[in-house]
Design a protein around this ligand. Structure first.
Ligand code: F6R
Length: 620
């Protein structure tokens, strides 16, 4: 949710604008309503902002200095306009600000600032940060001025007066004082032309520093840093970073005291961030699942054991996630229940009522692609305070969630760039399956099954005939407005995830629910010609129950699409998906992923960047 970038290079270089735009392109999945860059120049600050996808700058900054900041926006406050795009410039043109987060007390602060005479020219909450920094700067400058005067008039008072602050420190302190007045989760960066410094504070949304002997970067994630810098520094909540040229300092944003910088090597073993010949990241990532399912479980039995020990002694196990990750968390909880454990899934954005009943005798498993989802982090933070042991399965390395976790696992799927999650979901489910099977003493069997699954997926993707049927169905669905997806037991989550995938990138109303729910109300919506999908998989009983539900809708004129390994007389369209025992939720989700992709293409939607969405939901 919004991508931030800052760049500071060696004196004499003038590639800041190029570096910023290049970096933003790699973070475009974080928000693509508008974007902008600001670069320091000999004359002041060059600023260009645009709506729509990240492209090229209209102009190149003249006499550019080697530092600047940039932003790609997912709009929260204020419409998608060039004027609301970041960076936002101070009224005196001295500094610019980019922000990722929401200033929750923005209206309150705005009123105060308006009374002080500040004119608001955008609808954003970010603008309060800009004016507040300006106000704090003025205040500190005045204090310094008074101090100077009192020293001149009374040289004897010099020992008792405050020491003179450098202009860099004044700017840093103004940014810090601003931060202390904001409520909500706010990460923001300010570039000051006067001091030639960049000051950033992290609270909530992630921020990472990349360093080499030629340049320093600040970014919302490591993707723009890959191949550029050997070392990174993760910025923690409430930390302030000051960059001037190649020098870097970190402070506590709460106390102003300097903190030690903990540098680490940036692992470059991340898959390339290009489409590898595919038309879109989504289809590339769908295909990648034939390999990522095995990567997700490339843990030895010993590596699972510490968590298993904790889970076995737990009174209750809770899994938690949001959106797609919540469905994966649901599937994992189901695996645990089937294995005889008291496990419950929590939906992160609605978990509040569970918090009082979760104790340190329980264990929480948090599921997340990014490890930065605000809804999930908020619950987990409270539970950590209650000393509840925390395990996580996360795709992005070194995320906030991972760093908070007592048991850290990675889904190792490589960057998932398409906003709609595909390979991260299947990786999370497969990981949960192997974890639970290992708890039951079946580690080897589970690993074998995952390798068989990988082969099944390879064969599936090779057979173009399956995708031909999906493409044909996509053409038929172009005019449909409401489609229902039925799944039973283990496929209830598949139906929810399948429907979500299609909603996200086709903007069509697909609704997933348990086949059992049909007779309790939903069947009222079925009329002649309504498309109803049925996921026919799992045990004979599960298959039969879904088929019964399909018979009932068929009797009312529905057009039935069966996702199954075998054709059936009830199916008007049969989408083949192999059976895969415990891993059936994986093979059965693939046709939905492909259908959502091909239907989006039919509708001329960009599958990688669905409207209104962003990849990493770092605001509440
Ligand atoms: C849907 C999707 C979202 C995310 C959700 C949680 O395709 O990607 O529903 O699953 O926003 O994000 P993470 O997994 O990063 O915690």
């Amino acid at each position: 949710m919004c991508g931030i970038i800052a760049y500071s290079g060696k004196n004499g270089t003038n590639n800041s604008a190029r570096e910023l735009v290049e970096g933003l392109k790699k973070m475009e999945y974080r928000g693509y309503d508008s974007w902008g860059v600001a670069v320091a120049t000999d004359q002041g600050i060059f600023l260009e902002r645009k709506t729509g996808p990240i492209s090229r700058l209209n102009k190149n900054p003249q006499k550019a200095l080697p530092f600047g900041i940039g932003h790609t926006r997912w709009a929260t406050h204020g419409g998608v306009t060039e004027n609301n795009a970041h960076p936002h410039v101070s009224s005196d043109g001295r500094f610019v600000v980019v922000q990722n987060g929401i200033v929750e007390n923005f209206l309150e602060l705005k009123k105060v600032l308006q009374k002080k005479g500040y004119k608001f020219v955008t609808q954003t909450d970010t603008e309060v940060i800009v004016h507040l920094v300006h106000w704090e700067l003025e205040k500190l400058n005045k204090e310094q001025e008074l101090d100077k005067k009192s020293k001149i008039s009374s040289p004897l008072s010099s020992t008792s007066s405050k020491s003179k602050l450098s202009i860099e420190k004044i700017f840093r302190e103004a940014v810090r004082a601003t931060f202390l007045q904001l409520s909500g989760r706010n990460t923001f960066v300010a570039l000051d032309r006067k001091t030639e410094s960049i000051v950033a504070i992290r609270q909530g949304s992630p921020l990472v520093i990349g360093k080499s002997d030629k340049e320093v970067f600040l970014a919302s994630d490591t993707l723009p840093l890959l191949g550029k810098v050997p070392e990174i520094v993760y910025v923690d909540d409430d930390q302030l970073v000051e960059i001037k040229g190649l020098s870097l300092q970190m402070f506590s944003a709460k106390t102003g005291k300097e903190v030690k910088i903990k540098t680490q090597k940036l692992s470059q073993e991340v898959s390339k961030i290009d489409k590898d010949g595919f038309d879109h990241f989504m289809i590339k990532e769908i295909y990648e699942q034939q390999h990522t399912v095995t990567e997700a479980v490339s843990y030895s039995e010993e590596e699972f054991l510490p968590l298993i020990k904790e889970l076995k002694k737990a009174e209750k196990i809770y899994t938690i996630g949001a959106g797609t990750a919540a469905f994966a968390a649901g599937q994992i909880a189901r695996f645990l229940r089937e294995a005889g454990y008291s496990a419950y899934e929590l939906i992160a954005y609605d978990a509040e009522s569970y918090i009082p009943i979760i104790t340190k005798k329980d264990v929480v498993i948090a599921v997340s692609q990014s490890g930065e989802t605000a809804d999930t982090l908020e619950v987990v933070k409270v539970l950590k305070k209650k000393k509840v042991p925390l395990a996580s399965i996360v795709n992005m390395m070194n995320s906030t969630l991972t760093r908070m976790s007592d048991y850290q696992f990675f889904s190792r799927s490589g960057p998932e760039i398409c906003v709609a999650s595909t390979k991260a979901y299947t990786a999370q489910v497969v990981w949960g399956y192997v974890l639970v099977q290992t708890m039951m003493g079946n580690y080897r069997k589970a690993q074998r099954e995952v390798h068989e699954l990988s082969t099944q997926l390879q064969e599936y993707f090779q057979q173009k005939k399956y995708q031909k049927v999906i493409k044909k169905l996509a053409q038929k669905l172009v005019k449909e407005e409401h489609v229902f997806v039925l799944g039973k037991s283990q496929h209830m989550y598949t139906s929810l995830e399948g429907a979500l995938k299609i909603k996200e990138i086709t903007y069509k109303h697909f609704e997933g629910f348990s086949a059992g729910e049909l007779k309790h109300g939903v069947i009222a919506l079925v009329e002649k010609g309504t498309y109803v999908f049925g996921i026919v998989g799992g045990s004979t009983k599960e298959k039969q129950e879904t088929l019964n539900a399909l018979a009932e809708v068929k009797a009312r004129g529905a057009k039935v699409v069966g996702i199954a390994s075998e054709p059936h007389e009830f199916f008007d369209v049969h989408l083949f998906a192999p059976d895969s025992n415990g891993l059936d939720p994986i093979t059965k989700i693939i046709p939905f992923q492909l259908l959502s992709y091909y239907l989006a293409l039919e509708l001329k939607n960009d599958p990688d960047k669905p409207r209104n969405l962003a990849k990493s939901v770092t605001v509440k």
